[in-house]
Design a protein around this ligand. Structure first.
Ligand code: TXE
Length: 481
């Protein structure tokens, strides 16, 4: 895996350059702990240069483009992502420890975001508003200006696609701060955007630490919108920084999402989803289905069937493309293991086994199913962000809704039941930004608005909805008598 660009550089104003401090950070392969590259340790001066370049782009070629021209660039970018699919997948897999098949899925999603937003760019319209005699009133959807994007390490390409795709389609100029654990595909994406004809300054990428480059971006007065995906604690800081500059902010902060299984569910159909929603990307998924709520009569049967599935999971270095790879970092592994230390032996219902011969320095955690745990316990309340699910019994519909809604989060939820009326009732009552009926995740659904309530955040990304988030509405009232 050797990138075709120099990953130790920043991408600002359409050019590769060293960061102001000249310092770099290591890129560690999570599968074996080996250093595979260096990235720039960007800081305040670099963020400032990136915001200036973005501002200039808005005043220059980029700002002068029509919506259709912006759309065409995104469509070309989509094709370039597909042309480089295998290189991107290998790069991501080595960088964040994602099994290859899952990394390939992320590439496909990135291309699809560029395609969706490329196609949508010239479909976003304002409206005319009936008003008093002598007036014509209409609305204009305008870009915010310079937008700041702080991206986590769990699905870098997908989150870049949904955030940058929508921002560029609507004519914003972007400054992207990828997570320090996952910068390679962000830089590759910037280079492909350049090849697609994106004018200099419309997309700038400043790798670096959260407390340095990230904080500088959120505090910069030239940034007019912030979008952030990550932890609740950092999201809170981002929102406080946004408040200082009075800018809108979109926050996606993860969850503890319930998958609710009623006694009449089609278990054969549900089972693969129930397990996969917990172990995909080694459980490092904002919308992981980490709480499985099961109607009491079905509890033991489901526990046994899940245990069987979990013990059959394959675990290997990312390049070997098993079902489960390593966690992204030694730090994330320590967080997950810290949670698991809270579980008593009788609360571990099932655990996969780590195979012999895994590389010493890799961050492997065997998937676990927990049970015999009260719904209020931290293991059933907190986002663990590893391959850990908890099975919780419920009595009836009312009880299921109470437990499902009983965390501070509200990102997604699923209902497994044959009863159509119950599906509709729960779809309304569940506290979540997305509800899935007899499925989970809808394969990522680029077209489907996504975001949370409560501590899962606010604002919506994906689908057409993101185009509203990345624009501001101007009302024009013309008096012509
Ligand atoms: O997140 P952070 P971390 C959750 C998950 C995980 C925990 C910790 O529970 O265990 O967060 O992960 C940047 N100003 N999620 O520490 O800190 C940082 O550089 C501005 C859920 O990695 O939130 C990175 O780019 N930016 C989540 C991004 O914020 C700052 C995905 C995310 O890092 C900053 C990831 C600051 N002061 C973790 N500090 C999801 N919703 O999917 C850090 N950053």
């Amino acid at each position: 895996m050797t990138p075709w660009f120099d990953p130790s550089l920043l991408f600002i104003d359409g050019q590769w350059r060293a960061c102001a401090s000249g310092e770099t950070l290591p890129v560690v392969n999570p599968s074996n702990g080996e250093d595979i590259a260096r990235i720039a340790r960007g800081g305040g001066a670099d963020v400032d240069a990136a915001v200036k370049a973005a501002t200039a782009a808005l005043e220059g070629d980029w700002g002068a483009m029509t919506a259709a021209e912006r759309g065409r660039i995104l469509l070309r970018l989509s094709q370039l992502v597909l042309d480089n699919a295998e290189a991107l997948a290998q790069m991501e897999s080595a960088d964040v420890g994602k099994p290859l098949t899952q990394a390939r899925g992320d590439v496909t999603a990135l291309a699809r975001y560029c395609e969706f937003y490329g196609g949508a760019a010239d479909k976003l319209t304002g409206e005319t508003i009936p008003f008093q005699q002598g007036f014509t009133v209409y609305t204009l959807r305008e870009p915010h200006g310079v937008t700041g994007h702080i991206i986590p390490w769990n699905y870098p390409m997908q989150i870049i696609g949904r955030s940058i795709g929508a921002a560029l389609a609507t004519g914003n100029a972007c400054v992207l701060k990828p997570a320090e654990e996952a910068c390679l595909t962000a830089l590759a994406f910037a280079d492909l955007a350049r090849q697609a004809g994106l004018p200099a300054g419309a997309l700038n990428v400043v790798p670096g630490l959260g407390a340095e480059a990230g904080a500088a971006l959120t505090a910069h007065p030239g940034v007019r919108h912030l979008s952030f995906t990550g932890s609740v604690a950092t999201g809170r800081r981002v929102q406080i920084a946004a408040a200082e500059n009075i800018v809108p902010v979109t926050l996606e902060l993860g969850g503890k999402s319930p998958q609710i299984v009623f006694g009449d569910a089609d278990l054969d159909k549900a089972l693969p989803f129930l397990v996969n929603a917990g172990i995909q990307n080694a459980g490092q998924t904002c919308s992981a289905g980490s709480r499985i709520l099961v109607q009491r009569d079905l509890h033991d049967d489901l526990a046994a069937r899940m245990a069987e599935e979990i013990s059959a999971l394959t675990i290997a270095p990312a390049g070997e493309d098993a079902r489960v790879g390593p966690l992204v970092s030694a730090r994330q592994k320590a967080i997950v293991e810290g949670f698991l230390e809270q579980a008593r032996p009788d609360q571990i219902l099932a655990r996969a086994e780590l195979p012999e011969g895994l590389p010493e320095g890799g961050n492997y955690v065997a998937p676990v199913l927990l049970g015999n745990i009260g719904a209020e316990h931290p293991l059933a309340q907190d986002e663990i962000f590893g391959p850990v699910q908890v099975l919780i019994p419920f009595e009836d519909e009312e009880d299921a809704v109470r437990i499902a809604n009983g965390t501070k989060f509200g990102l997604v939820a699923s209902v497994w039941s044959a009863d159509g009326g119950r599906q509709m009732r729960l779809a309304k009552r569940l506290k979540a930004g997305q509800v899935f009926l007899n499925n989970y995740g809808a394969a990522g659904g680029v077209e489907l608005p996504f975001g949370g309530v409560g501590h899962s955040g606010h604002g919506r990304e994906k689908g057409f909805e993101a185009l509203y988030a990345f624009t501001t509405l101007k009302t024009v009232a013309a008096h012509h008598g």
